[in-house]
Design a protein around this ligand. Structure first.
Ligand SMILES: *Cc1c(COP(=O)(O)O)cnc(C)c1O
Length: 375
């Protein structure tokens, strides 16, 4: 039985998160990776738009005790909502916020030698993990200079509360031979350094993301932890990525019909008069627009689903509303539920239409769209 957590929210434009589906995804993912591999849930960017506090508290109840976020504010949000376990910040925290890391028991990524030195001077007690750059050129010490990395890791292990190492794979979602070779190279560089500091007591050594866990765990010695992001939410790391069967999106974006009218031939709909009715049309207005995170680029090409029928978006998507052609939907009425993203048209499908990735679609749903949870 599905149960709504929140009963009070405005039925204008809202997102429903099926927490049970997230649990199903977690279990299905676990089945597909080595038995002893732990999962670090990546809940950055408000859990990819799914709501970080609710999702993380739920994951705590599912037994997850490792979390990763992008910044100190996200980390504090989790702690303030009672999330327990380790929380790792994958990116930059301004040194002036170092005291918050300590106060909230947060682990900080050391993104360079210079950054590590700054943090060690300000606050050597903070928990930290060294980031290694094995080819992405985003953050981390350059793993091509492995001896230098080993030296630095050893030096900071003495100066700080250093408890691990990590790197990030940048094409683990691709099966193209040159990308597979590149990823294997990244893993080899990481392994080389990790082995040289194997005598240090590091409980957290990790390099696999969602795609990496499925495709490379067996060929990577350091698969004890997988940083699971996108697949936890049921979306694909890449449009061509083969997913375990039970993994499905957990997010549905809904709205309602606020007005129904007929438009006669020759009449226009919306800003710029971009749509002109050739025949008599039934037009439904829906109170969701680009300020809710619906890309305006779907004007004239996207659709919504009403009563399981697709209704094309006509005219330009407005800031807070849009109009759809509902001529083919019998008995359409004010108050009818509208599905913008759901089981039959997922965030991945919308991403394909927009020539982007599902990550961007779900992260782009605005904060003014309330999230409600079913379990
Ligand atoms: C975002 C991120 C992840 C998760 O990636 P997915 O593709 O969503 O699994 C893992 N590690 C780092 C460093 C990240 O930035």
């Amino acid at each position: 039985m599905l149960q709504m957590y929140q009963t009070e929210f405005s039925r204008r434009s809202w997102v429903e998160i099926d927490l049970n589906q997230i649990k199903t995804n977690l279990l299905a993912y676990r089945e597909a990776i080595p038995e002893w591999t732990q999962i670090m849930a990546v809940v950055k960017a408000d859990a990819y738009g799914h709501g970080d506090a609710e999702v993380s508290k739920f994951l705590n109840r599912c037994g997850i005790r490792l979390f990763a976020v992008s910044n100190i504010n996200e980390a504090m949000t989790l702690r303030k909502s009672g999330v327990t376990g380790e929380i790792l910040i994958l990116g930059y925290t301004p040194p002036e916020s170092a005291d918050l890391l300590l106060k909230y028991d947060i682990t900080q990524a050391l993104i360079s030698e210079e950054y590590a030195d700054t943090m060690a001077k300000i606050c050597p007690e903070i928990k930290c993990q060294f980031a290694l750059d094995t080819g992405m050129n985003r953050i981390g010490m350059d793993a091509d200079f492995s001896d230098r990395c080993v030296e630095t890791i050893r030096a900071f292990q003495k100066r700080m509360n250093l408890n691990g190492l990590f790197t990030h794979l940048c094409v683990a979602d691709s099966s193209a031979p040159e990308n597979v070779a590149f990823t294997r190279g990244q893993i080899r560089k990481f392994e080389e350094i990790a082995k040289k500091v194997a005598d240090l007591p590091f409980p957290y050594i990790h390099c696999l993301n969602s795609a990496g866990g499925l495709s490379y765990a067996d060929s990577c010695e350091y698969h004890g932890i997988v940083r699971l992001g996108i697949i936890l939410y049921g979306l694909k790391p890449d449009a061509n990525f083969q997913m375990p069967a039970e993994i499905r999106p957990s997010l549905t974006w809904k709205s309602v019909v606020s007005l129904v009218k007929t438009v006669n031939p020759g009449e226009f709909v919306g800003y710029g008069r971009s749509f002109c009715a050739k025949r008599r049309r039934v037009v439904a207005t829906i109170p969701t627009g680009y300020a809710d995170g619906l890309s305006r680029r779907l004007s004239g090409s996207g659709f919504v689903t009403i009563q399981n029928v697709r209704a094309p978006i006509i005219g330009k998507i407005c800031m807070d509303q849009m109009m759809v052609d509902a001529t083919e939907i019998p008995g359409i009425a004010v108050g009818d539920e509208v599905e913008i993203i759901g089981k039959s048209y997922t965030a991945d499908d919308m991403a394909e239409q927009l020539d982007t990735i599902g990550y961007e679609v779900v992260c782009g749903i605005s904060k003014r769209v309330p999230r409600v949870y079913r379990e």
